[in-house]
Ligand binder design. Structure first.
Ligand code: PHE
Length: 337
C-alpha cells in the first residue's frame, strides 16, 4: 500500500492530483483509516504492531505528499515569474497616432496668417436667416443673383447658409457702425449642388472683411498678394480681373500665376498660366448702410475663398470628395503638413 501510494505521489504533476491522492489514501474512507478503525477486532499483541505500522505508513505518505506539494508550488511560481517577466530591452511597438485633417490644417494656416495681419476670427450660425444670408448683403428677394447660390431652405425665412458672408453682416450689425471691422470667418456652407470632382453640397469658406476709414482697393490687393505668396510660394504673382458680386462694387476675381511641377519638371498650368483662387471687392455702400455704417465715412473690402480649392491646388488633390470620404489612406498623407 505504501509503495503504491508513494509511486502515485511521485508521478503526479498537479496540486489537484495530490489532493486526490491524499483523500484516497488518508481520507475518512481510505484504507489506513479503515485499518485503524478495525483495531478493536485485533488481539492484544497485534494491536501495537499494526497500530505503529499503520501510523508509519500514514506519516510516510503524508510526508511525501507535503514534499511534493512544496515542489509543485515552487515550480508553479517559477513558471509564473517566467511568463510575467518583462524584457525591457525589447524595442517598443509603434503607436498609431492621428493627425489633423488636411482641411483643418489649411484653415488653421490661413487663420494664423490673417491673425498676424490683425484680423479677428468670427463665427456664426450654419442655419441662417434669409435676411443675413441674402438681404443684408444687397440680395433682396427675387434678385436674380440668388440663383448663383442654390440654397437649402428649411422654412421660407431659414436656410443653411450658402456662404460665410452673413457672419460679416452680423459682425458689422453688432458693432453698429461704432468702430472698424477687421475679421475673417471660416466655416461650413451648403449649396444645392450635385456632388462631383469639383462640387460638394457642403464645403468650407473663409471670408474676410475690413471696414475702416480710407480703405482702398490697393489694400485688398496687398493683403491678397501676401496671402497668395504665403500659401503658394514667394515666386507667385496675383492678378485681379473684374467680376460681379451683389455685395461688392467694384468686384474682382483673383488669379495666381501657376506652375505645375511633377517628377519630370515644372510646366505652366492650364495654358494661360493663371488659375482662379477667390473673389472679392469693395464693400457695396448699401451693405455698409444696412449694417449701420455711414458709407460716406466708412468703406471697406471683402473677399471669400474655398479652403478645399486652396488645398486641392496646393497639394494636387484631384477630387473634392476626398475631403469628406475620410479614407485614412488619403488623410494620412497630409498628417505632417
Ligand atoms: N460670398 C461670395 C461667395 O460665396 C464670395 C465673396 C465674398 C465675394 C466677399 C466677394 C466678397 O461666392
Amino acid at each position: 500500500l505504501k509503495v503504491e501510494a508513494l509511486e502515485k505521489v511521485s508521478s503526479s504533476n498537479t496540486l489537484k492530483d495530490l489532493q486526490d491522492i491524499r483523500v484516497a489514501y488518508l481520507g475518512k474512507k481510505g484504507p489506513i483509516t479503515e485499518v485503524l478503525r478495525g483495531m478493536g477486532k485485533l488481539s492484544q499483541e497485534e494491536r501495537p504492531v499494526i497500530g505503529e505500522l499503520a501510523n508509519k505508513v500514514r506519516e510516510a505518505i503524508s510526508d511525501a505528499l507535503d514534499e511534493k506539494k512544496e515542489k509543485l508550488e515552487a515550480e508553479e511560481l517559477e513558471k509564473k515569474l517566467a511568463e510575467e517577466s518583462l524584457d525591457v530591452t525589447l524595442p517598443g511597438r509603434p503607436v498609431q497616432v492621428g493627425g489633423p485633417h488636411l482641411l483643418t490644417s489649411i484653415v488653421e494656416e490661413i487663420e494664423d496668417l490673417f491673425i498676424g495681419m490683425g484680423f479677428e476670427i468670427k463665427e456664426g450660425p450654419e442655419v441662417e436667416t434669409d435676411y443675413y444670408n441674402f438681404e443684408a448683403l444687397n440680395l433682396p428677394k427675387g434678385h436674380p443673383a440668388r440663383d448663383m447660390q442654390d440654397s437649402f431652405y428649411i422654412t421660407e425665412e431659414l436656410l443653411l447658409r450658402t456662404h460665410t458672408s452673413p457672419v460679416q453682416a452680423r459682425t458689422m450689425g453688432e458693432y453698429e457702425g461704432s468702430k472698424p471691422v477687421k475679421m475673417i470667418c471660416p466655416g461650413k456652407v451648403y449649396r444645392r449642388d450635385t456632388d462631383d470632382a469639383t462640387h460638394s453640397h457642403q464645403f468650407t469658406q473663409i471670408e474676410g472683411l475690413y471696414v475702416d476709414k480710407n480703405v482702398r482697393m490697393s489694400d485688398l490687393k496687398g493683403v491678397l498678394n501676401r496671402f497668395a505668396k504665403h500659401m503658394f510660394g514667394e515666386d507667385r504673382e496675383i492678378r485681379l480681373r473684374p467680376s460681379f458680386f451683389p455685395f461688392t462694387e467694384p468686384s474682382v476675381e483673383m488669379d495666381i500665376s501657376c506652375k505645375v511641377c511633377n517628377g519630370k519638371g515644372c510646366s505652366v498650368c492650364k495654358g494661360t498660366g493663371w488659375i482662379e483662387i477667390l473673389g472679392g471687392g469693395m464693400v457695396h455702400p448699401r451693405v455698409l448702410e444696412m449694417a449701420g455704417y455711414d458709407p460716406k465715412v466708412y468703406n471697406g473690402f471683402a473677399f471669400g475663398m474655398g479652403p478645399e480649392r486652396i488645398a486641392m491646388l496646393k497639394y494636387g488633390v484631384d477630387d473634392i470628395r476626398h475631403f469628406y470620404m475620410n479614407d485614412v489612406r488619403f488623410l494620412k498623407q497630409y498628417h505632417k503638413v
